[in-house]
Design a protein around this ligand. Structure first.
Ligand SMILES: Nc1ncnc2c1ncn2[C@@H]1O[C@H](COP(=O)(O)OP(=O)(O)O)[C@@H](O)[C@H]1O
Ligand SMILES: CC(C)(COP(=O)(O)O)[C@@H](O)C(=O)NCCC(=O)O
Length: 308
């Protein structure tokens, strides 16, 4: 049953999955393969029950955005210009933002192949480690002051100005740093997904929110104890990947006894990422248009739609 309070409609999975009857057709083998290639742990039942209706709702919002763009340029006699529809995705470190973002992009491409969508993560706007060290905030990576928010806002402005070929710096979890001289290029797509822990925050020394540029926003939510478990699972994957590569940041940890490495990761979660969640990320949840709530094994149990 759909429940509501002053601020939200709550859809349990059985309510949400009944939406978008036009999306009832099962996903094709090719679509399933693309999703499994993304992450073979993703629940395909959730893809069908949660993400497929979500993508169809987002496309309705996209069409109303396009209608408004056309009405606006017509009424104001402005030159016609394509401007991307921007979706922001926020939530804790390791809650599954980038997996959700990539899944949405795969589904958007499959259901609406004529639309060009792109995806960026705000990790690229972290200061490089050398700069974090210079500012004596290397242990504050992920906190508001560790991002070059001026550059992120300049990027968002360029996106909404319809600029072509905008450069986005890249961050690598493997090197634990910004990748020097490498960029993604955002080229005025129909839809841009912007994913990051900070996308609903008010930058400390700026007057606008990154989310002022969003046409829709999503917060991925879960119990912090579960997120800690997912953080440690991802740490395990990073260790396995690093094992044979001395250039990998996690190589040193990979040489340690497994238990010691995991104890260290737990310390990092408790000293850095959990306080960041409590102090700076969770308080932004109420700013999202939609909250996806996850339980064990990343399964979704409820979707909250904000009323305003
Ligand atoms: N829907 C999902 N099903 C299974 N595993 C997932 C899902 N979403 C995320 N994960 C796993 O959880 C960990 C964190 O996910 P990730 O997308 O990297 O999070 P974030 O971008 O929020 O830091 C990764 O190991 C990822 O593979
Ligand atoms: C780069 C990040 C701030 C962003 O995390 P993401 O949302 O990409 O998981 C985070 O992964 C991070 O490095 N935090 C600092 C402490 C740590 O090593 O986890």
């Amino acid at each position: 049953m759909i429940k509501e309070d002053q601020s939200y409609y709550r859809f349990l999975k059985e309510d949400w999955k009944k939406l978008a009857p036009e999306a009832k057709l099962p996903l094709s083998d090719q679509q399933l393969k693309a999703i499994k290639a993304l992450n073979d742990q993703i629940s395909l039942q959730d893809v069908q029950d949660i993400y497929v209706p979500l993508v169809h709702m987002l496309i309705k919002k996209f069409h109303s955005f396009q209608d408004w763009q056309a009405t606006k340029t017509d009424f104001l006699q402005l030159p016609k210009k394509r401007v991307p529809f921007v979706i922001g995705i926020s939530g804790s470190v390791a809650v599954g933002k980038s997996t959700t973002a990539r899944l949405l992009q795969v589904l958007l491409t499959h259901f609406f192949p004529q639309l060009h969508s792109q995806l960026i993560t705000t990790d690229g706007f972290l200061y490089p480690n050398a700069e974090l060290k210079r500012r004596k905030i290397l242990d504050r990576k992920g906190f508001p002051e560790s991002y070059d928010m001026g550059s992120l806002l300049a990027f968002m402005r360029a996106v909404k100005n319809g600029d072509p070929q905008i450069k986005v710096p890249l961050y690598s979890h493997q090197s634990y740093d910004i990748v020097p001289d490498q960029f993604d290029i955002v080229d005025n797509p129909d839809i841009l997904i912007v994913e990051g822990i900070n996308v609903l925050q008010l930058p400390s020394n700026q007057t606008i929110y990154v989310s002022d540029f969003f046409d829709w926003s999503i917060y991925v939510d879960a119990d912090p104890q579960l997120i800690e478990k997912w953080f440690l699972e991802r740490f395990g994957i990073l260790l396995d990947t690093a094992f044979h590569d001395p250039n990998d940041y996690y190589y040193a940890y990979a040489q340690w006894p497994r238990e010691k490495a995991f104890a260290e990761a737990k310390k990092i979660w408790r000293a850095v990422d959990l306080p960041n969640l409590d102090e700076f990320i969770l308080p932004t949840r109420s700013r999202a248009n939609l909250v996806l709530h996850k339980v064990e094994h990343h399964e979704m149990d409820a979707v909250y739609l904000r009323k305003y």
